[in-house]
Design a protein around this ligand. Sequence first.
Ligand SMILES: *Cc1c(COP(=O)(O)O)cnc(C)c1O
Length: 376
Amino acid sequence: MTARIREFLRQRNDDGPCLVVDLDVVRDNYQTFAKALPDTRVFYAVKANPAPEVLSLLAKLGSCFDAASVPEIEMVLAAGASADRISFGNTIKKERDIARAFALGVRLYALDCQAEAEKIARAAPGSRVFCRILSDCAGAEWPLSRKFGCEPAMAVDVLEHAHKLGLEAHGLSFHVGSQQRNPHAWDRALASAAGVFRECGERGLNLTMVNLGGGFPTKYLKNVPAVKTYGAAIFRALRRHFGNRIPETIIEPGRGMVGNAGIIEAEVVLVSKKSENDDVRWVYLDIGKFGGLAETMDESIRYPIRTPRDGGELGPCVLAGPTCDSADVLYEKQPYALPVSLEIGDKVLIEGTGAYTATYAAVGFNGFPPLKTVHI
Ligand SMILES: *Cc1c(COP(=O)(O)O)cnc(C)c1O
């Protein structure tokens, strides 16, 4: 926890869980990415934390943005970035939304099939497109499904089709899975990408860009490699597969840009057991899956939790949220070790919560308001 967050929490006296984000950490993270991948442009994945304070800070630092919807594009424009710094990176777009993005000045679009190329050609004529290819997400703690991307062999046809429709076949993208703890995960995807570049070249299409996606991790309970280790591994993979003809590259960090900048302060509402001789206690917090901790789904992301009683004896706990939905349990299959002296009313700190929390909070399930957020 940073000194600024500690000081803010010391003075805070309103009720309910609250996410506090330290913008200095976001600034450091941006600079770390810029330094680790010096020839790569950064397109911040807006969905990770679209707070105006984060967007305007990154706009000032020179970042570009990966937006997934027209409202995200509008938020980026409102934060002071021009439309030429925005990529409409969602492969699933209504044609009306493509037309609105085009009217707002966006000229860079993702796609993964011919039908989407046709929409873009009609609604955003002459724009640049990049085709997303499938990548296996081995090593990722939050793997992505086959929802986005196509097989590399199909990407060649998609890009050729886009070209025939008057679009500019700009390049490829992939995402190696979020919270990717293996810096070498980009190697295989870059091998496929180089194959698509060659195939396209043979058909007279000159691709120039590879979008390396996100996936850069935040430290939760386990340590993760430094960003510069990722930068070095990616550069070596580019050399290996593209030789002296390294394409223009971009990255789209989300979690890695903001995750470690945020902490949620929450409160213990109840500590109980299901029977007198149960070893496992149930600890209920005033935040759960519907209050912003959606990434505990399948217990994928395990957040570090600090309590005022750390240092004492630990015991296994099932951790749950405050709502009346029985799915609102954070960790149960793998119980969470917390101090046995933990009590009702204790404040706990949930670390690494700057990404994928506040905007996941429900608007008012069970009457609980969405997560409060403060950016300092
Ligand atoms: C969500 C997303 C990202 C960010 O992923 P992280 O793992 O949070 O870095 C990047 N690119 C695209 C297309 C995304 O959808």
